[in-house]
Write a protein that binds this ligand. Structure first.
Ligand code: FES
Ligand SMILES: [Fe+2]
Length: 347
């Protein structure tokens, strides 16, 4: 595990289901590791370390085929074949027929994936999963309506803190449809701890955010943050529901992939899909741009952040949760260190 900031024992968003058509193989760098993500012709997603144990060729440059009905990935260099399901070598074709060496003694690492609601999650950890894959609280039939992906320059922790930071909204996200020019109000938000994080309890959305007015009814919103890097914003007016999901995954050293997906279940919004997509793209590009700006300094100096006021409390909570998660082996299991709290700020 090379990325010291990456928590293990948890699930990260690896891909969208739609990125992985049957028979597809994609090379991705996640957790600073080359990883092959693929889908067999039978429809099963799989992930292998994208490094051939023989001479390091990327397996993703080879082909997906099968040996006696078992899906394997064949290396592009000398055609060693690795089972998609567990990375065990099923064939090393250059061995002579008298050679008694067993290819099955060789393997490339296989990762555990979970697919649901059009999202593919990867478990990052050495042994059997310690935690269940993320439950995003939607029926299985929901699929993403908009998808935005930003590969941001900037360390993972700083990206995640941006996700829970309420105070940047009026300055970074200035769209007309959001709250351009709206005056700041004093706000009080109630928070409570959850299994792997905290949530802002259901409340009527800010009166100075215009987007909510389009939904109609009397919507409430509940915003949840979960380790390692998942933000869920459920908007619900009794009949209709919208989920805005943001997930972050460490990629290269000092870089983070930010993915934002919106789900909804009412036809009216389907007409607005292109608009919703471009709104989400703008929003996420702004987060990516500010992170890159910060990174101009962060990559050069070891800056110690100054957390100031209630609006910076969620950042401290994230770091506290991380520390508690990291210490779980010594403390006899993870205990959420947070307590219910009311935070006050002006946005
Ligand atoms: S490098 Fe993969 S088979 Fe030789
Ligand atoms: Fe933001």
């Amino acid at each position: 595990m090379t990325n010291v900031q990456t928590l293990d024992g948890l699930w990260y968003l690896a891909a969208l289901s739609s990125d992985l058509k049957p028979g597809a193989m994609r090379r991705r760098i996640l957790f600073e590791e080359p990883i092959l993500l693929g889908r067999t012709k039978d429809g099963n997603v799989f992930a292998l370390r994208d490094v051939c144990p023989h001479r390091a060729a990327p397996l993703s440059g080879g082909r997906l085929c099968d040996i006696a009905g078992v899906a394997v990935v064949e290396c592009p260099y000398h055609a060693w074949a690795f089972r998609a399901s567990d990375g065990v070598c099923a064939s090393a074709p250059a061995l002579s027929s008298e050679d008694r060496r067993d290819p099955a003694s060789i393997k490339t690492r296989a990762y555990t994936l979970h697919e649901g609601n059009g999202l593919v999650w990867i478990y990052w950890g050495d042994d059997a999963p310690e935690t269940a894959p993320p439950d995003i609280g939607l029926p299985a039939t929901f699929r993403p309506k908009t998808v935005t992906v930003v590969d941001a320059e900037g360390p993972f922790d700083e990206a995640v803190i941006g996700l829970v930071d309420p105070a940047h909204t009026p300055t970074v996200h200035k769209q007309w449809w959001w709250r351009e020019g709206a005056p700041r109000h004093d706000k009080t938000k109630n928070f409570e701890p959850t299994a792997l994080g905290f949530k802002m309890t259901a409340h009527a959305p800010s009166s100075n955010t215009r987007i909510y007015k389009m939904i109609g009814g009397a919507p409430t919103t509940e915003i949840e943050f979960r380790l390692p890097a998942l933000r869920l914003e459920h908007i619900n007016n009794g009949r209709r529901r919208i989920l805005g999901l943001t997930a972050m995954t460490p990629t290269e050293a000092g870089a983070t992939r930010i993915v934002h997906v919106i789900f909804w279940d009412f036809a009216l919004l389907d007409f607005m899909r292109p608009i919703a997509q471009s709104m989400a793209d703008d929003f996420l590009a702004q987060d990516g741009a500010i992170l890159s700006l910060q990174n101009e300094n962060m990559k050069r100096l070891d800056h110690r952040p100054l957390y100031f006021g209630d609006a910076d409390e969620p950042a401290k909570w994230y770091l506290k949760l991380k520390r508690a998660w990291t210490a779980r082996a010594e403390t006899g299991g993870f205990n959420n260190p947070l307590a219910p709290a009311a935070l006050r700020w002006r946005t």
